[in-house]
Every structure is written in C-alpha cells, then in structure tokens.
Unconditional design. Sequence first.
Length: 176
Amino acid sequence: MSPRVVLVGLPGSGKTTVGRRLANALHLTAVDTDQMIERKYGSACGHVFEKLGEERFREAEAEAVAEAMTTDGIVSLGGGAVLTASNRRLLANQRVVYLHVSAAEGVRRTSGDTSRPLLNVDNPAARYEQLLEERAQFYEEVANLLVHSDGLQPHRVVTQILQFLEEDEEDSQPLP
C-alpha cells in the first residue's frame, strides 16, 4: 500500500484543506502528519516543536511520515518534512504535489496563527521568504506536479490535481 497522492509545501499553502477535499473527491482517507504528531504528543504541532527542539521534532516527524506512507489515501506532510533525507527517499516513487504559495500569500494565510513557531517572529514576511528559499529546492526535487495556489480556491487546486491524476493514469495504461 502507498498513498495515492502526497502533498508538500510551506505552511499556509493549503495542504491540509486540499488533502481533505481531494480525499473526499476520491473517496479515500486523508492523513496529515502534523495531526499524527499532535495525537501522539497530545499537543499542537508547534508546541511539540518548541518542546522537543527542531532535531528531535524532525525525528518524530520522520516516524510519522514513514507511517503515513503505508496508507492508500491522501497524505499531507508538514512544511519541513522535506528537509529530512529519509523522507525525501520515501517520496521518490510517489505522486507528490507541491502546493506553492508566495511569501505574501503564505504570510496572509498564517497571520495570527501563533501555533507556528517558525513564523511567530518579529518579521514573518522575511522569515517566510527565507523558508521558501531554503525549502523550494527540496519541494521541487520530490514533486511530480507543481500547483501555484495563490488566489485559488481549494476546489480549483483539487481540480488541477484530479486532472494530473487522470492524465498520469492514462499515460500508464498499456496500449491495446
């Protein structure tokens, strides 16, 4: 068993929302690694990050990613999951969609959310831009499809992913 689609992207890119809607459209389960961590530790993911520190948090996240990759549903990964080499290896043969969001839109979507310690800083726009620069190469490395989600309603993003899946499945069908 492996996921039908894995969603990656920065905080606020829409991974959780799109993951739920895509799972509903395909009659599959939605799995969110941040939510898995929250259930395991009994606290919001950001609080777990602050409590464990980044290194130990990334180890816990890698465990959640490995478990999530055994589902046949839609998987949404935490924004920093691609930083861990073992997670990128797990994504190598998956259908991975990178939900790209600009720094300005990402900051708008996450403003006021104090549960994101990496963005709970004096200048969230500069920090978001820094995260984008640090992580974009990893998102692009693992992705089969890039969707620019700025200004798109979640159902439009889901439609793009469904079209990608349909085309991918048509391409993989043997010729008669």
